[in-house]
Design a protein around this ligand. Sequence first.
Ligand SMILES: [Mn+2]
Length: 195
Amino acid sequence: MDRIVEKRRTTKETAIDVKLNLDGSGKSSISTGIGFFDHMLDGFTRHGLFDLSVSCDGDLNVDSHHTIEDCGIVLGSAIAEAVGDKKGIKRYGNFILPMDDALVLCAIDLSGRPYLNFDVDFTSEKCGTMDTEMVKEFFYAVSYTAMMNIHIKLLDGTNNHHICEAIFKAFAKALDMAVSYDSRITDVLSTKGAL
Ligand SMILES: [Mn+2]
C-alpha cells in the first residue's frame, strides 16, 4: 500500500504544498525561502529515507515564524494521513544522534495523542535567517497535527548549527523507525486495539 500524501494549505500568512512518501529513498525538494530551514528539512528527508517536497510562500517580510510553524502543521498532517490506521507499524521510535559536538536524543510515539517535551537551549538567536526559538514551535506543530508524542533532549553540544541539525536528523531516524513495518505486528500495536 502506498504511503504517499499530498497536502495543500493556504492562509493569509502562508501558502504551502507538501508531498510526502514515507517509503521513499531520501529524495528532497525543499523551498521555504529560509535557507537554513531548507537545510534542516533536507537532512530530515535524507536521513529518514523519506521522499519529501515542500514549497512554501510565506510572509518572510514579517519574520520566519508563520513559515516554520505552518510547514510543521502541514508536514504533521501529512504524516498523520500517511500512517493511516497504523496497522503493522512499530509505533515507537527513538534515536540518539551525534553530530560532532552535538548529541541529541529523540523518542516518539505515534500514540494518537499530542505531546512535546523539548529540552534544548540554544545559545544563538538565529541560524542563518531561521530563529532558533522556532525549532520548538515546529516540533510542537508536528506533535499536535500528527498526534504523536515527541521528546527531544539535548544531551551535549555547543554549536547551534550542529545542535539544530542533530535534532532534525534524530527526529527523522526516530520517525523512520516508528513508521516501519514489523511482520510480527499484524494489527495495531496497542492493548486498546486502536491508536
Ligand atoms: Mn549543516
